[in-house]
Design a protein around this ligand. Sequence first.
Ligand SMILES: C[S@@+](CC[C@H](N)C(=O)[O-])C[C@H]1O[C@@H](n2cnc3c(N)ncnc32)[C@H](O)[C@@H]1O
Length: 336
Amino acid sequence: MLNHIKTLQKIGQTFKKDKTDFLELTEAINDFKRITQELSTININEESNKKDVYLNNGKALGTTWAAMCIDDILRTKKFIKGIFKAIDSLKAKQNKPIHILYAGTGPYATLLLPILATYSQQEIKVTLVEINKESFNSMKQIISLLGLNKHVISYENEDATTLKISTQTPIDIIVSETLQCGLVKEQQVPITINLLNQVGKNTILIPEMLALDVCLMNYNAFKNRTSETKESDYCLVLDRLIEINNKSNEVFNLDLNDSSTQILAEKIITIDPENTTLYETLFLVTRITVFGDEKILINESGLTVPIFLDEFSNLKEEKTFKISYKVDAEPGYIIN
Ligand SMILES: C[S@@+](CC[C@H](N)C(=O)[O-])C[C@H]1O[C@@H](n2cnc3c(N)ncnc32)[C@H](O)[C@@H]1O
């Protein structure tokens, strides 16, 4: 297993780099997948592993789909890089183990394996939460086979939207990636609010900031953009529908035991016809700041693909509509 640990450390070093070399990243992801597939007994082609878990406030992905998240290359790189940065920022301030709660580990604890391989059990402690039994068992087995069990304070095969944190060790960092673009269907928002309710105010949340922006775009300019193109050349932000950060439990009044529809945010949007001559298409854009300056930009990942809402050709009069963000069995936005 020592070889696997060394490879995971190398993968971590590759993800930590500032530059994005897709060849190098693809090789790192392939090495990462080879290790997880070798150590896990789950068969991702089996139909039973493709079943999602449906809950009162959204769904949890089946094992197969959760395993495949690793292939979203920039997502995986930027989350892991962001976690390294968050750890560095705490290490500069405190000289005690850093306790990370990871909610929704999937079958491989993808976002933490390179971290656990890099730091000692004296430096990093973890609480690992996963609702899906197959994913949970696989994750536990991988951690154990890699000899990383001593990093683990607690394994919880629980629903993170209702989990009562029982450990006495304060949590320094919460990590969860239980989202899709538009914050639809999955449980990122209720999970975040439940966990924030139980930790200190200075706990680092990863992703640090998530938001949904209602934007007008010039679709051609967006499609033809280069790395030099400024966002304002193709995108006009009209309003922010919702922002999730480590104060969200104070801002949103979400009853985690209520299964009826709860509206967390509502905005009235007005489209000025003058703007639609240059920016003709209406999109919902998902913003993700993993930590500090580590951001996943528009379309860099499946999580930040802009969601088409409407297109305006020859709009003569102002157009107004209401957009809301709700949490219920199928979380997401609604447009009236
Ligand atoms: C999008 S996958 C991400 C997997 C892995 N963390 C990664 O980043 O590659 C989300 C994982 O969170 C789990 N999950 C979703 N909702 C959950 C909940 N309420 N409580 C615990 N786990 C949950 C799913 O079962 C799934 O394994």
